[in-house]
Design a protein around this ligand. Structure first.
Ligand code: GAR
Length: 192
């Protein structure tokens, strides 16, 4: 098999999408390998899960950088390159990126978002979908561009909104769809 694409995963929290990417990468025909899991939060639970899975991990806390987002991203970028990453997958990375990092990885940075974009960019997507009376919700894998949650769609998955759904029950249904969609979308991106 030809060399697998090297992917770094950026997280801020529990890392369930990260775990889905790592699990999928164990398949012999998976076209990518996860070479680094990087967090802006040293306490992110996902770092522990990644280490348990044998993936190199690193935390670069954003707090010491204060308002200087670019300098924090400069440190992230150096770590990504040091790890030999060719692609970056955002998986619950909860900081808005500046054009600095977005442009450095243009076309090679993907994100998973818990709505059917262009509906509901930003936060609180499930509550907004329920309040709007939507019959369908879902998730979107998209390339990262300077506009938040605005980049070209790579793939989407749809789930029903059921009577009596709360933001929590809908989030759980969408999250299961994310875990199926994201590895497939990343594999598709690196194979382009
Ligand atoms: C996921 O639902 C992901 O789509 C969302 O955060 C959650 C992270 O969960 N991302 C965003 O809202 C980004 N705008 P995880 O850490 O368990 O993968």
């Amino acid at each position: 098999m030809t060399e697998r694409a090297k992917v770094a995963v950026l997280i801020s929290g529990r890392g369930s999408n990260m775990t889905a990417l790592i699990e999928a990468s164990k398949a012999p025909d998976c076209p990518y390998a996860v070479v680094l899991v990087l967090s802006n939060k040293p306490e992110a639970e996902g770092l522990v899960l990644a280490a348990e899975a044998g993936i190199p991990t690193l935390a670069i806390d954003h707090k010491p950088f204060g308002a200087d987002r670019e300098r924090h991203e400069c440190a992230l970028d150096a770590a990504l390159r040091e790890a030999g990453a060719e692609y970056v997958a955002l998986a619950g990375y909860m900081r808005v990126l500046t054009p600095y990092l977005v442009e450095a990885w243009a076309g090679r940075m993907i994100n998973i978002h818990p709505s059917l974009l262009p509906k509901y960019p930003g936060l609180d997507t499930h509550r907004r979908a329920i309040e709007a009376g939507d019959k369908e919700a879902g998730c979107t894998a998209h390339l990262v561009t300077a506009g938040v949650d605005e980049g070209p769609v790579v793939d989407q998955a749809v789930v029903p909104v059921l009577p009596g759904d709360t933001p929590e029950t809908l989030a759980a249904r969408v999250l299961a769809a994310e875990h199926a969609l994201y590895p497939r979308a990343l594999a598709g991106l690196v194979a382009r």
